[in-house]
Design a protein around this ligand. Structure first.
Ligand SMILES: [Cu+2]
Length: 150
């Protein structure tokens, strides 16, 4: 237990260090573990930009395909569709969470088990058209971390 706590703290510290000079702050990132037979999963996080940027997409060695999706009620049917690029307004958190926007991970390359972490790269474009990336480790776990509820 003590060991798990220590590595969690390290992961959090690493994320904070990255966020300090990054154009976008990432909080509460997690990806859902899969059960045998499942072919896809979802990754979730809250993104807050310092300046106007557009989220172009993401990639991870854990999945062959990553798409930005949106869940939406159409009548009384929940539908999922590709959302394309997402514009982030400065200081306004964009939440990717179950039931809304999410990163759809398909063609999974890993067992995708709870307790592991996957490297994740976010791709952005700023208002001047300049591309940038942000790398983080996304924990694979059953529920959203506490920070995502705040
Ligand atoms: Cu999806």
């Amino acid at each position: 237990m003590r060991k798990v706590l220590a590595s969690l703290l390290l992961a959090t510290a690493g994320l904070a260090a990255q966020a300090a000079d990054a154009p976008v702050k990432v909080e509460g990132a997690w990806a859902r573990p899969i059960v045998p037979g499942q072919q896809s999963s979802g990754a979730y996080m809250t993104l807050t930009a310092r300046a106007p940027v557009t989220l172009l997409g993401a990639e991870t060695p854990a999945a062959g395909i990553v798409e930005i999706h949106q869940m939406k009620m159409e009548g009384d049917v929940m539908k999922m569709r590709a959302a394309g690029e997402l514009a982030l307004a400065p200081g306004k958190p964009l939440q990717l969470a179950p039931g809304g926007y999410h990163f759809m991970l398909m063609d999974l390359q890993d067992p995708f088990k709870a307790g592991t972490q996957i490297p994740f790269t976010l791709h952005f474009r700023d208002a001047k058209g300049q591309a940038s990336t942000l790398q983080l480790q996304v924990p694979v776990q059953m529920r959203a971390p506490h920070a995502a509820h705040q």
